[in-house]
Design a protein around this ligand. Structure first.
Ligand code: HSE
Length: 323
């Protein structure tokens, strides 16, 4: 059986989730694809962390070039998070002829053109399904099954941490601080949760969606963005009394020849499907001029849902390599 060798950059929450997804489903992936996908090398400093996977110490390295410049590695998975060194590592991997998969929405949103152009120039594949909506295959859907549409609107809940906090405050009366702590303990939040609660994580994701759906590059810093830190329990109770919920909503829609976009806490009436999206779940409404309205729903954060999206990209690339 043909072996596809994979190098993993970063084995924190999401790296462990990707590794575990492959460990759980390696035999099934092999049966489906005829390929043996193996993570052979891992860039990670924290060797002591309890990970509940069968990684052996020899797989770990402290030198990025052991992966980025290794002749035997076919695919590099970048799960370090943050802009640097993640972006430079992805560019170097591509320049060295390696296909790249990432979940790093901040890096993809910040350097979208550079990453895609570098992949094209080096004739490698670059995929980032896990960067938006965790386990929901929204990028795939927009760029394949729905690609015969002109998109009119995208509206969604794109951050698991803030949706978890708002749900716990509304349903269980948890304080903001306790709800945030619980989201961090479950591995939903970013290392620095400021990006989650101030809405920047959603702006990164919306910037990526706008690029793919509307073919327009809007840097995340140009998207008007309000997070949830200004909301109080009183605001949440008032929304409930008015028959709805407060949700952090990302919106992009056509307006004449232009597009309008924003990220902001928004009142959603209880009879709207987005009101039923609870905890770390995400949902994305899409309106296309042929298909009409669609809604995608699933876990938007967490190691295994995100690991599922990462390994889906890896599997697609592996199939293409084999072809
Ligand atoms: N911190 C992010 C969230 C992780 O809570 O949605 C998934 O992108």
């Amino acid at each position: 059986m043909k072996q596809i060798k994979i190098g993993l950059l970063g084995m924190g929450n999401i790296g462990t989730g990707a590794y575990k997804t492959l460990e759980m489903n390696k035999a099934r992936i092999a049966a489906n694809t005829g390929l043996d996908l193996t993570i052979t090398r891992i860039l990670e400093k924290d060797l002591a962390r309890e990970r509940d996977v069968t990684v052996v110490p020899e797989q770990f390295t402290q030198e990025a070039d052991d992966i980025l410049a290794a002749p035997d590695i076919d695919i590099v998975i970048e799960l370090l998070g943050g802009l640097e060194p993640a972006t430079s590592f992805m560019l170097t991997a591509m320049q060295n002829g390696k296909h790249v998969v990432t979940a790093n929405k901040a890096a993809v949103a910040a350097s979208y053109d550079k990453l895609l152009n570098t992949a094209r120039a080096n004739r490698v594949m670059f995929r980032f399904e896990a960067s938006v909506g965790g386990g929901i295959p929204i990028l795939n859907a927009l760029t394949t099954a729905l690609s015969a549409n002109e998109y009119e609107e995208i509206r969604g809940i794109l951050n698991g941490t803030t949706n978890y906090i708002l749900t716990q405050m509304a349903e269980n009366g948890l304080s903001y601080d306790r709800a945030l702590k619980a989201a961090q303990e479950q591995g939903f939040a970013e290392a620095d949760p400021t990006a989650d609660v101030e809405g920047h994580d959603v702006a990164n994701k919306l910037s990526i969606l706008i690029s793919l759906a509307f073919g327009k590059r809007v840097p995340p810093e140009n998207i008007p963005t309000v997070g949830i830190t200004g909301l109080t329990m009183r605001d949440i109770e008032k929304a409930a009394a008015d028959g709805g919920k407060l949700k952090l909503i990302a919106l992009a829609r056509r307006k004449g020849d232009d597009i309008e976009y924003s990220v902001a806490p928004t009142f959603v009436a209880n009879d709207h499907p987005l009101a039923g999206v609870r905890n770390e779940f995400n949902a994305i409404f899409v309106r296309g001029n042929a298909v009409g309205e669609l809604m995608f729903y699933g876990k938007g954060a967490g190691p295994l849902p995100t690991g599922s999206a990462v390994m889906g990209d890896v599997t697609e690339i592996a199939r293409a390599i084999a072809r």
